[in-house]
Design a protein around this ligand. Structure first.
Ligand SMILES: N[C@@H](CCC(=O)N[C@@H](CS)C(=O)NCC(=O)O)C(=O)O
Length: 314
């Protein structure tokens, strides 16, 4: 079957956009042990995939390696098994993730890869190529396509009846919060900073209003919209707040704070939140270079994510 990954006019590939499908409509059948996730705990997008994997009970079905947290501008993501909590490439033995991208592009007949090498990356060990490097798609594949093998079939993060509403909520959350948290830190002048802060906190106030009346963003159940908001909220007070998003902490919003703890304490989600790597990742990667020239990782703020959320009856 033809690959959905596009070879651009210049002969290169910019992103991998294939899908694992249980209905046999693509070359990528769900199989136990066939797929591998390259991720990094610092990254909120990678965290979406890691949460999907754990929530659906796919830890034994889809293997995973955690990259070095210190993302380098020149080399990109690398494997540093000598660092605590970081893995070697258990599939290909590569040193850099870009090697998997180049080899996969060549395998597809392209001259090379010209996009950004990102985490998360979903890799097929059987066809020896990348399937997808888009977290939103990987989360949906984990949710829907591996039900034959996962331990939590019943959980549906993207139920048909709620799809339009989920997509609508995700759109504004992505723009004003998911991307919005980078605006204040990256602003280059006061005017840009002021408008970035306004957009971000308007989004957070909107989420607070919804979550003060509802346990979850959409319907009465956990959906992918919650996954996508949670990965930002759990990083907010320990990273983004320190990156000039300092009007208010999540811990100062009653509903957002309780909601963050509620999701943190759901299933095994806690195991996907590695604060040490989140802090190191943000403060030692090239992202931080403009505001943290000295490679100092600040202390983890004292916040009790294990405190009871008391939201079960909402
Ligand atoms: N659209 C991608 C974005 C993923 C992404 O931007 N990941 C960042 C880390 S948080 C990355 O790998 N950046 C690599 C770089 O900037 O060199 C997705 O959602 O999967």
């Amino acid at each position: 079957m033809p690959s959905q990954t596009v070879i651009e006019g210049d002969g290169t590939i910019k992103s991998f956009t294939d899908w694992v499908k249980a209905d046999g409509s693509t070359d990528f059948q769900p199989e136990n042990g066939r797929y591998h996730l390259y991720g990094q705990h610092m990254c909120p997008f990678s965290h979406r995939a890691a949460m999907g994997r754990v929530l659906k009970g796919l830890e034994d079905v889809i293997s995973m390696d955690n990259m070095d947290y210190a993302l380098s501008r020149l080399q990109g993501w690398k494997f540093s098994p000598e660092k605590e909590g970081c893995d070697a490439d258990s599939v290909n033995g590569y040193k850099y993730l870009k090697e998997a991208y180049t080899a996969s592009a060549k395998k597809l007949g392209a001259s090379g890869f010209s996009g950004t090498v990102v985490v998360p990356t979903l890799y097929d060990k059987k066809l020896r190529r990348i399937v997808s490097n888009e977290s939103a798609d990987i989360l949906r594949m984990f949710n829907e396509e591996f039900n034959e093998f996962c331990t939590n079939k019943e959980l549906d993060l993207f139920p048909k009846a709620l799809r339009p509403e989920i997509e609508e909520v995700e759109e504004w959350i992505h723009m004003s919060i998911g991307l919005g948290v980078y605006g204040p830190g990256m602003a280059q002048n006061q005017k840009g900073y002021d408008s970035a802060i306004k957009e971000l906190f308007t989004g957070l106030d909107r989420a607070e209003a919804i979550l003060s009346k509802n346990r979850y963003l959409v319907g009465k159940q956990l959906t992918e919209a919650d996954v996508r908001l949670f990965v930002v909220l759990i990083r907010f007070d320990v990273v983004y707040y320190l990156w000039r998003c300092c009007k208010r902490r999540i811990a100062d919003y009653p509903a957002l704070w309780a909601y963050t703890r509620d999701i943190y304490q759901t299933g095994d989600i806690k195991s996907t939140v590695v604060f040490d790597q989140i802090m190191k990742g943000y403060f030692l990667s090239y992202y931080a270079k403009s505001i943290n020239l000295d490679n100092i990782v600040p202390v983890l703020p004292e916040l009790n994510y294990d405190e009871a959320p008391n939201r079960e009856n909402m």
